[in-house]
Design a protein around this ligand. Sequence first.
Ligand code: GLN
Ligand code: ZN
Length: 754
Amino acid sequence: MTNTPTSFTATVLGIPRIGPNRELKKATESYWAGRIDADALHAVGRKLRDSQLTALHAAGLDSIPVGTFSYYDQMLDTAVLLGALPPRVAEIADPLDRYFAAARGTDAVAPLEMTKWFDTNYHYLVPEIGPETRFALNSDKLLGELAEAQELGVPARPVVIGPLTFLKLAKGVGAEPLSRLAELLPLYRDLLSRLAAAGAEWVQIDEPVLVTDLTADELALVGTVYSDLASATDRPAVLVATYFGHPDAALPVLASTPVEAIALDFTAGTTVEDVAAVRPLRDKLVVAGVVDGRNIWRTDPDRALSTLATLLGSTGALVVSSSCSLLHVPYTLTAEPGLDEALRSWLAFGDEKVAEVRMLATALHRGTDEVAAELASARAALANRATDPRLRNDTVRARLAALGSAATRRAPAADRAALQRDRLNLPLLPTTTIGSFPQTPEIRKARAAYTRGDLTAEQYTERMRAEVADVIALQERLGLDVLVHGEPERNDMVQYFAEQLDGFAATANGWVQSYGTRCVRPPILFGDVARPAPMTVEWIEYAQSLTDKPVKGMLTGPVTILAWSFVRDDQPLADSARQVALAIREETVDLQAAGIRVIQVDEPALRELLPLRAEAKPEYLEWSVAAFRLATSGVSDATQIHTHLCYSEFGEVIDAIAALDADVTSIEAARSHMEVLDDLNAAGFALGIGPGVYDIHSPRVPSVAEIERSLRAALKAVPAERLWVNPDCGLKTRGPVEVEAALRNMRAAADAVR
Ligand code: GLN
Ligand code: ZN
């Protein structure tokens, strides 16, 4: 650092990239299908970047993040930047194809693993750091995007993921990735000097890992790394960005290094007192994340301004910002003409958040008079929200109060098991599936035709019933024991329930990236939840009418419904969970009354909402388990409750899984080689368990011998009386031919082992 950097006043930490109309998704998928070439794909990317940067500048931001654009994922981009792609893709000559091979695999190479980005619903690719990894700087993408921004005359701030976050989230092949830190620092220093030479005044280095629990050694590394990087001679001013929580003990360490600026998330636990307590911040620029970058509620301007006003006294300079990248929210409310006026006025999507940042920065630096009209309309909207009658449903609240905590208990597991054994009469090692069957092109076409109005509701229902009948017939032919209806009528398992529950609203175009080209449209939970009518009973009843075997009712659990929605911020999540749980409980009771003997309540997101800090975990686990039990304890002891969990390492939630007290738990295990069973045993788990016997994430058909091996491995940990046989997740993404072949082999393997 040679000169004092130009300060700035209003920014966001990152921007979405899929395009306001999912242009990048469509172009990328066309490229994969061979319909367009790399130049055409790059042209789409360029156009999106240009229009976004120009718009952010025009909206009044005076420092604009550059480099958060990605063709797939920012962790993968960082692996490319640092020369850390796995050796198995190195042979692929074309850089774009090599990149996508690491992301998605090819016939010849396996992709990188994918996992959740902190406690969000975004998934990143996990870099693999092994003995063959030879780090080398490859700054073309970042420098290229910087040059583009400069051409547009935009005040660009390049963004990179920092070395601590990169290594802590990477997977070590052999040694701990963090042991390679010293090799990375020269690359980062080199990068800083290249950025300075290219004219960057600022660089943003993202270190969200600082909001997680760090060991004393790791905390010390924070100081080492940033003192080292700040010692580079020619470099831009450095902004270290933390988000999704409070940096706690890492804050004083970071603040005592010579970095010029620190971004803090005031929507996720960081407080003005935390800042006041760290004296060195009085000489730093603090980028105050007061506009929530992860949720869609309009910011309370008075609360934000009071935070900012207090911070003025304990910081060197103050910038208004979103709390994190806007990657996690939809682009704009202008694409939602269908939302009712009141609800719309309570919300802020990406564009609206940028306007809020600019408004708050103006109010802070030039006084509130200049933005009086905007302030007044924000206040009016918040006042309207607080008093909207849809927020409170007194019947639901009274019912929950009356249920109390006794409503979460069923008879002892062994007594239930005896009742269910008599009633269901299942063979040893019963076979089943997780719920969905392939969502075929015909199903998708019918749904699209129905949405367009080309099919009537009756015609659409007729088609879906025909699908259900096919799926039941297939399972009968295969000789499975507990059948499912196949979920053809569901687009997305959470959206499906949200559309039928009071208190939720759906968006028309509120897409956010989940991973790669996969986008989701999370529902908005804005008010008390109630179930006006049964949601699934007709479908399951119909499926059950076609067979004598038990058909599983199929529901989504309260935690997963919340995890995959934008949730209300005006009451604790635990309260919302109880309300959703009550609605699911009512559904289970109706299913039982309709003659359904087995009901599955999926909780694949149980692990996902686990707080980032250890101190907050017990409370979460307590209310999430209680919500599941409230949802599943309204039925008789003879009704068998199943649950399903996937997508994660279960280590930290093993006790909670046992505490769910479901009669049968199906769990992803095919890739983790059944280790989860030993963990469950150690936790005293003694209920039915169906560790997935094959991986459904790949189109490969597992052989009978392979599935037999899985089963025999499972039998080492679990007695046959408790073991179920099932794939490790739903089958909706697979093709019908491979599904039939795989399930036939699964049945044959079960027979052989029986
Ligand atoms: N029942 C759902 C299905 O089979 C479960 C999906 C999931 O685990 N994500 O698709
Ligand atoms: Zn699953």
